[in-house]
Design a protein around this ligand. Sequence first.
Ligand SMILES: [Zn+2]
Length: 284
Amino acid sequence: MDPHPTLPHKGGGKIKGGVACAERRESDLVTGVPSTDLEHAARLVRRARRGVAFTGAGVSAESGIRTFRGQDGLWKQYDPFKTASLQHFLRDPTIYWTVSRERWHTYQQAQPNPGHHALAALEAAGHLAGVVTQNTDGLHRQAGTQHLVELHGSGRTVRCLDCGGIEPRAEVQARLGREMPPICRVCGQRRLKPMVIFFGESLPPSAIAEAFELARACDLMLVVGSTLQVYPAAEVPRVAVELGAPLVVVNDEPTPIDVEAAVVLQGRSGEILPALQAMITAGG
Ligand SMILES: [Zn+2]
């Protein structure tokens, strides 16, 4: 589990600047009516040499990790502010770790799905320069993605807020049955926090900078499984679009950026991405 955090807020300033990126062709100019053609998407991805995939909870949902927002979201079951806000956590980490104990089994069992693997293959084939993700589950890395930017941190590692000691999450989870909240093995304090961004925390500046750098230099932006509701992360694909990179959206529901896309593919990313990758591979 990993209540990842950052409060959604509408708006967010436009981010300007950056180097001119994508080679832009007349056929990609956005007309306001995106294509829904898989072959069109495959052509765009095939010619990309430094494309970027921006992924959200929808990709992990197909691996059995529940999303936070929406009808069946975790936040319907748990109060996000009590569970994963820095303010509450500092007062008492017990709530967070109690929820974590309940949910760990599912989280630990989750495996990358065909969508994760397809993105790793597109990177290996030289079409993607990397993956920028809002997810904290580490499944992209497990699937083989080399250049991964985790905007909301990683739930696989835990850090002591008192001494800075770092420990694998699995080891902390293993002792929750006898320690609640868990105790730091180094200093004995009880403020062990997963290295994810909680409500009330800023995104790591280095990850944000790296994400925008990739977006500014990209020649294709592929948004997968994100409804782009969380800022400033959602600004990352917009920067690429503003600089002229063609946009392909893969999601099971409409997103606010669809109108700016060259192609919108609605459905499950675990099915669409492998089909896209197969078409690209077949096309040479
Ligand atoms: Zn410590």
